[in-house]
Write a protein that binds this ligand. Structure first.
Ligand SMILES: [Ca+2]
Ligand SMILES: [Ca+2]
Ligand SMILES: [Ca+2]
Ligand SMILES: [Ca+2]
Length: 431
């Protein structure tokens, strides 16, 4: 089935369908269609090629990117259900799968297929088996800084013989495996998981992620999360441990603080020790429909003068600042950086919302292969987004993003451009 055909099906199937074959069983169908009409500065594609060390196929400056999916849920008892999601992957094998460019490059595939049993094998445990996503957010609904299995590219795409480097990635891995979760009490939740991440290539290219995540509430205002994960890479002997701590603490009804701290160790290759770290911190003041925040985040970069690999590896899904952070439109710069940022969102009840983010990015280590030094500024990015919520299930948004004063771009582009911009007009439909 081609994507336009699926899109038509999705748009015509507006109402959720619910049927009850018998008193206990329940079938429901839902879906989503996210479209983005984008125009992106050619400077960004030139920089991506330099960062990746490739002269990949030139991608269009203006394009339509679509993510569409159709979900079927089957529940046959209170404690048993199965879920199937078919849809496309807008980012796959290093390229955007844009609408209308090359119909053969758009594949409709099974993105999720799992069964879930609750209170199994004992009360308060739940087992979920099959192809399923898994993401960690420290603060509620925040972009996953460390782990978004099913929504991110490989954590190993930048690893090399001397360390982990930054790469500009367009790919989506498919996690398949098992997750056991425990959710009994208000103050304690835990999950244990083991996934193989399929890349679509040879099975020998597959990687895996195994981990334990615990979330606890020592008080009414505080949540503490602990993560311990093991990533195994496609190279033999490549296994990296990450220990993480996340804290979210409400100072009072209006002020919310949050922080994450990660330490990474193990081996990124058989004879290369991993010794990396990452951290985030934020402080947000909220009013009824409005908030402002300041935040900091950093991910260590490989020190070329040290024999270990200090480059941070993750399955992150941070795309708040579109030019530097998003894989769809920008550079997906996710290792060797520090970011100081400020943001604000203003909402009008049942009306539009405006969001603004400004960030200063800098490098933490030299990158000799690209002729970049720590003193070179990665740039100042400013993004603005206007969102119109049409109803509970549909929104339209316009985003403008610009990167300025970037000595990194200046060195990576033939015309020595210091700035780059992009614009997107997007829809977000759920049914
Ligand atoms: Ca090093
Ligand atoms: Ca990113
Ligand atoms: Ca990334
Ligand atoms: Ca990247």
């Amino acid at each position: 089935m081609s994507l336009p055909v699926l899109a038509v099906l999705l748009v015509t199937a507006q109402e959720p369908v619910e049927t009850r074959p018998d008193s206990a069983a329940e079938v429901s169908i839902g879906g989503f269609l996210d479209l983005a009409i984008a125009s992106v500065d050619g400077t960004l594609e030139e920089s991506r090629d330099q960062i990746n060390g490739t002269s990949g196929p030139a991608e269009e400056d203006s394009f339509v990117l679509a993510a569409a999916g159709l979900r079927l849920d089957l529940r046959w008892t209170d404690r048993h259900r199965a879920s199937l999601l078919i849809g496309n992957l807008p980012l796959d094998s290093g390229a955007r799968r844009t609408l209308g460019s090359n119909s053969e490059s758009t594949q409709i595939l099974v993105r999720e297929a799992y069964i879930e049993a609750r209170d199994f094998p004992i009360r308060s445990l739940a087992l979920r088996l099959g192809a399923q996503p898994l993401a960690f957010s420290n603060r509620y609904e925040d972009d996953p800084f460390f782990l978004d299995l099913g929504g991110s590219e490989s954590a190993w795409s930048g690893t090399g013989p001397t360390g982990t480097r930054v790469t500009a990635d367009r790919d989506t891995l498919q996690p398949v495996g098992a997750r056991v979760s425990y959710d009994a009490a208000f103050f304690l939740k835990a999950q244990l998981f083991a996934f193989t991440l399929r890349e679509g290539g040879a099975p020998s290219d597959d990687e895996s992620a195994i981990g334990l995540a615990v979330s606890t509430k020592p008080g009414d205002r505080t949540t503490v999360k602990l993560w311990n994960t093991l990533f195994s890479g496609p190279d033999s002997g490549a296994s990296v441990w990450t220990a993480g701590l996340g804290v979210v603490h409400a100072l009072d009804d209006d002020w919310l603080s949050a922080a994450e701290l990660y330490s990474q160790f193990g081996k990124s290759r058989e004879s290369l020790d991993k010794n990396a770290w990452a951290a985030t911190a934020s402080l947000r003041r909220s009013w009824e429909e409005t908030w402002v925040e300041i935040a900091y985040e950093a991910a260590s970069g490989n020190d070329p003068g040290d024999p270990d690999d200090e480059g941070w590896q993750s399955y992150e899904s941070t795309r708040r600042l579109l030019v530097v952070q998003s894989p769809e439109f920008g550079l997906d710069w996710d290792t060797n950086y520090a970011l100081a940022r400020a943001g604000a969102e203003m909402r009008w009840k049942e009306g539009p919302s405006i969001r603004v983010d400004v960030g200063l990015f800098r490098l933490l280590q030299d990158i000799p292969a690209l002729g970049l030094r720590t003193r070179h500024c990665l740039g100042i990015e400013a993004d603005g987004r206007l969102t119109l919520r049409l109803n509970e299930n549909a929104a339209v948004s316009l985003a403008l993003a610009g990167l300025f004063s970037s000595e990194v771009l200046e060195r990576l582009t033939p015309e020595a451009e210091e700035s780059a911009w992009l614009a997107t007009l997007g829809t977000d439909l759920r049914f």
